[in-house]
Write a protein that binds this ligand. Structure first.
Ligand SMILES: C[S@@+](CC[C@H](N)C(=O)[O-])C[C@H]1O[C@@H](n2cnc3c(N)ncnc32)[C@H](O)[C@@H]1O
Length: 368
């Protein structure tokens, strides 16, 4: 039985969707019909902004692929809301999704969008794109190899992973067989998972003498999202492979011990300062439903651009030291006055990043 259709508006785009989730929270579940997940609005708003940044920095006609499109909402929004010369291929292997994408392209009178009904790996084997978006149910891993072959030099690759349980170490064997990396369950698990995902992109790029540069990578409670630039050449490939490390769990602040070393992990930067800054400056330039949350997220990311890997949380410190903490902002100010880097982190509201060693943290706390 065909489900009812609803018209919704996100950004400046009206889209027909089926079976919308009724809440704004949580990941989507697989359904027979193409679905619309309102909880991914921030992710789609950010796609518009990062692609806008990319178009502005390229100043050339840009071929974009929304590879796993469902209703097509992400690709439709890119086709409609970006200023610049774009051609957007909006693809889904499911026939009902393809029909809906076609209808949505017509309803929005989009001349720069094409509906496609292919397996994404086949589409990517046939065509080249400057910007590729992989937004699957679960893991993006089965599409990364094809994306690395298809993407043009200097291209933008965006990937979502919603398989948070493996990447956060709830199911370590699943993570190991899917990503060939060991995760770590504990306070820094989201950052470890994000670094595992970026590490896989670096390895997959390296096979083709390509290298990645993470531009803007973040997590929320139910997904990981990375935007990386893919450069050609063995220099770029070697440089990005040079950021991969497998580390003992004891190198991660306040981690519990682990049966395996953790990783391989991407231990290079997760963010590029200029990109985060420029993307943030675009937040109020377009009508976006999540602009206030986005502004908050991008502000936190900007604060942690120069931060070292991993973080402490207030709860872990209080439980380890059996004492209460002063207000976090005050403590961070004191760390900075002592000459250390200190910032909050988007990974968790009670987390902070610092290059201060554990002994200095204890010492400073004992004087507060
Ligand atoms: C999570 S949904 C995409 C959500 C969409 N990007 C959005 O922002 O609303 C994943 C989609 O991928 C499609 N899909 C799964 N495997 C595929 C494949 N191998 N090739 C193309 N599409 C595929 C599914 O039919 C589903 O519609």
């Amino acid at each position: 039985m065909t489900q009812a259709r609803f018209s919704i508006t996100e950004g400046q785009t009206q889209v027909l969707v089926t079976a919308p989730k009724t809440t704004k929270r949580g990941p989507a579940t697989r359904t027979k019909e193409p679905f619309y997940n309102p909880s991914m609005e921030l992710s789609r708003d950010l796609s518009v902004l990062v692609n806008q940044w990319f178009l502005t920095s390229r100043q050339k006609p840009t071929r974009i692929c929304d590879g796993l499109a469902a209703s097509g909402i992400r690709g439709l929004r890119l086709a409609k809301e970006l200023d610049g010369d774009t051609q957007v291929t909006i693809n889904d292997s499911k026939e009902s999704a393809f029909d809906l994408i076609q209808e949505n392209i017509q309803r929005n009178s989009l001349k720069n969008a094409i509906a496609s009904n292919a397996d994404l790996n086949i589409l990517l084997a046939r065509e080249r794109f400057h910007s590729i978006d992989i937004d699957p149910f679960g893991s993006p891993i089965s599409f990364v190899d094809s994306a690395m072959r298809s993407i043009s030099p200097g291209g933008l690759l965006a990937c979502t992973a919603t398989d948070t349980a493996p990447l956060c170490g709830v199911f370590p064997e699943v993570c190991h067989r899917r990503y060939a990396a060991w995760p770590l369950h504990g306070p820094c698990m989201h950052e470890v998972g994000l670094r595992i995902l970026i590490g896989v992109l670096a390895r997959e790029a390296g096979k083709y003498d390509k290298g990645i540069l993470p531009l803007l990578c973040y997590t929320t409670d139910h997904y990981f999202r990375v935007y990386v630039k893919v450069d050609n050449g063995k220099h770029a490939a070697n440089a990005s492979m040079g950021h991969l490390l497998t580390i003992p769990a004891s190198d991660i602040p306040l981690a519990i011990s682990s049966q395996h070393p953790v990783g391989p992990l991407w231990m290079g930067p997760l963010l590029q300062a200029k990109v985060v800054q420029e993307v943030r400056s675009l937040v109020f330039s377009k009508p976006l439903g999540s602009k206030h949350q986005l502004w908050k997220l991008l502000s936190l990311l900007e604060d942690e651009v120069e931060a070292p890997p991993f973080f402490y949380t207030v709860e872990d410190i209080t439980s380890r030291l059996k004492r209460s903490m002063p207000p976090l902002n005050h403590f961070l100010e004191v760390l900075r006055l002592e000459g250390f880097f200190a910032s909050r982190t988007h990974f968790t509201p009670t987390g902070f990043k610092t290059d201060a060693p554990w002994e200095s943290i204890q010492d400073i706390l004992s004087h507060l």
